[in-house]
Unconditional design. Sequence first.
Length: 139
Amino acid sequence: MFAITPRLDDFGLLRFADELSNCWDRSPLLQAVGVDRESEVQNTDKEFRIRCDFRHYKPEEIKITSDNQRVTIHAKHEEKQDNHGFVSREICRVYKLPEDVDAKSVTSSLNSKGVLNIKASKLALEAPKDTPIPVQFAG
């Protein structure tokens, strides 16, 4: 038996965690209980990473922009026919970039399973340097 437990994510939104949380393929079991891996954000010492499910969109339907403080992902496709009729989709996600991220290093890739990966490197921290302080003689 597997358990689904509610939790708050880094943005204060209610998400559901389960034993299959590392599985990016939407299994029949996850479909049955309505669990869908929408996005995952990781902020490590070396990089900031976003991983999102965009399997319903083609690369040309996804637009990613950055204003050096946040990354915006906007995806839209016009009405298409599926097994149940017609559907149109549009999504916009905005992620705040941490202050220590090099906004010029943001890259993205979309794999064949529709997983969008966005990465940004952290700014290089300068090692502390000794600063000479002159001694003033008051005599």
